[in-house]
Design a protein around this ligand. Structure first.
Ligand code: GLC
Length: 557
């Protein structure tokens, strides 16, 4: 592998960190986080080892879906700052070696967007075709809604013209008609605008829904919707050689893989591994690693310049929609038995540490696994310190509470009155008095320092970003052993999902008595025998990253 490849495909071993400026750090004490506050905290991210910052929507919005309901694609939410503040943030981040990407939410707009205001005003308005309208009464679509607690159809009757408009999400989020070339042109201009301001790409919201209407609708019923995704990627590449599209595509692997572009790698650069994440929770709940191992085996081969984005928590409900009803119930029973912890009948509105009763061994084991499975890890703000959720806050907002910086009032997020905060802070055992950055910075044994350690080791191990990885056979059901090899770097990772210590026998056919397996996370090493077998002791909820060191290797251990 040449140094040029690794530099160009920077996302192959990036550490991504997602946050909403609104809840991160308030610098003008109005109760709402802002860009100047975030800029002040970039050193925290740099120290943690973050190399790519994903900003949740910061655009002018109606704020009925936390910014995912946009009124002006070129605007900046004035509570967060100005375009100037955003550019300063991007520049400062670049200085710290951090690229910035942002949500691109173009499946729909807010119903207050000027295009929709025009579109709904009359059937012959020039913007009518910017959205998807039907005159006839729609069939029952209650099984297709994304938010079943709020909606019972994906079509809404609009009184003014007596026609129905399509909305995959809330009815105040009408879907754009991407079959319309004018809409496509507008979306490209939006991307071009933010790339000029310094973004390194986008997290693309709701990609399958976006593509849904991209094929047939304008006179070409056989059109391939993926042509549209290809055209977005090539536009992106023309405007900015190193920019990425990180897509939200929660589909079974055989359908999902198409969004990388049928082997050509010319559609999305990265996709979240939703299937792997869900199987992983099933494994955690059962304390049996086999579902996670199977998901890793099932992962389809991807083009070399594509990548899986791995995560254990994101800003939405922890969706378990790809599990069977029984499997989902097992995870609910283990991690969210009360109805108030569940959402939409398919997910959990909790963060990881409370689900694991705050058990530090299990929490560390999970993050060790996250950083060691092949792919690019994505952290949601607060995970690095083990923040919990606030179940008193409705719906998905339970996990979008203010970042906990100190033990002081409002967790050091803002000097505003607690009642004036954009969201209430977490209370109880996971509140700022117990969980905060300031205390963990100075504690060598803190989760913060542990995750920083993982991030640094991950960055030193190109095989974790570049290899396909293989699951190693061994007899313990609770254990996941896998190996990543790329060029002259090879790492064996062993994770124990149960409390029972054990010794894991592994057969590594390319090693001999001169080979050593050297621990990368703590002191320790294992020697191989003549026939390539090794015995790896592992504690309850243990984790080991073992660098395979061949004689003469120049890899740092
Ligand atoms: C995506 C986002 C979610 C949002 C929805 C509608 O699923 O992750 O937060 O509500 O799209 O834009």
């Amino acid at each position: 592998m040449k140094i040029t490849d690794t530099g160009d495909l920077w996302w192959k071993n990036a550490v991504v960190y997602c946050l909403d400026a609104e809840t991160f750090m308030d610098w003008n004490d109005d109760g709402v986080g802002d860009f100047p506050g975030l800029a002040q905290r970039l050193d925290h991210l740099a120290e943690l080892g973050v190399t790519c910052l994903w900003l949740m929507p910061f655009y002018t919005s109606a704020e009925r879906d936390d910014g995912y309901d946009i009124i002006d694609f070129y605007g900046v939410d004035s509570r967060l700052g100005t375009h100037g503040d955003l550019v300063e943030l991007i520049r400062t981040a670049r200085d710290r070696g951090i690229r910035v990407i942002a949500d691109l939410v173009v499946n729909h707009t807010s119903d207050q967007h000027p295009w929709f205001v025009q579109s709904r005003s009359s059937k012959d308005n020039p913007f009518r075709d910017f959205y998807v309208w039907r005159a006839d009464e729609p069939p029952d679509t209650s099984d297709q809604v994304v938010f079943p607690d709020q909606e019972d159809s994906i079509w809404e009757l609009d009184e003014t013209t007596g026609e129905y408009y399509l909305h995959r999400f809330y009815k105040h989020q009408p879907d754009l008609n991407v079959a319309n070339p004018h809409v496509r042109d507008e979306i490209a201009k939006v991307m071009g605008f933010w790339l000029e301001l310094g973004l390194s790409g986008f997290r693309v919201d709701a990609v399958p829904y976006l593509l849904e209407g991209a094929g047939g609708r304008d006179g070409n019923p056989d059109g391939d919707p993926h042509d549209y995704l290809r055209s977005l990627r090539s536009f992106l590449g023309r405007r900015s050689g190193d920019a990425i599209l990180l897509g939200e595509v929660n589909l079974p692997y055989p359908e999902q893989i198409r969004f990388f572009g049928d082997g050509a790698g010319d559609e999305l650069s990265m996709m979240f591994d939703f299937v792997g994440m869900q199987q992983f929770y099933l494994a955690l709940a059962r304390q049996d690693a086999r579902p996670a191992a199977q998901a890793l085996r099932d992962r389809p081969e991807i083009p070399v310049d594509a990548q899986w984005a791995t995560f254990v928590r994101n800003h939405d409900e922890l969706t378990l929609d790809k599990l069977t009803d029984d499997e989902r119930q097992e995870v609910f029973d283990a991690f969210g038995p009360e109805e108030s912890m569940q959402l939409f009948g398919r997910g959990l509105r909790r963060r990881l540490p409370p689900m694991l009763d705050g058990d530090p061994r299990r929490i560390r084991m999970v993050y060790s696994l996250l950083f060691s499975v092949p792919g690019t890890p994505v952290l949601f703000y607060g995970e690095e310190i083990g923040m919990g959720e606030n179940l008193d806050v409705p719906g998905r907002l339970a996990v979008r509470t203010p970042m906990q910086w100190t033990a002081q009032r409002n967790g050091g997020f803002s000097h505003a009155e607690p009642d004036d905060l954009v969201a209430p802070v977490v209370t109880g055992g996971f509140g700022p008095e117990h969980i905060n950055v300031a205390a963990q910075r100075n504690d060598p044994d803190s989760l913060l320092n542990f995750i920083g350690h993982l991030a640094r080791r991950y960055r030193e191990c190109p095989e974790l970003g570049w290899a396909r990885g293989e699951v190693l056979d061994q007899p313990h059901h609770a254990v996941l052993a896998h190996r990543c090899t790329w060029d002259d770097s090879s790492l064996v990772a062993v994770h124990n999902l149960s409390a029972e210590p054990c010794v894991v026998p592994l057969v590594l056919d390319d090693v001999g008595p001169d080979t050593e397996l050297v621990d990368l996370l703590q002191e320790g090493r294992v020697t191989c025998s003549e026939d390539g077998t090794v015995q790896v002791p592992i504690g309850g909820y243990g984790y080991r990253w073992l660098r395979v060191v061949q004689p003469g290797s120049r890899r740092l251990v």
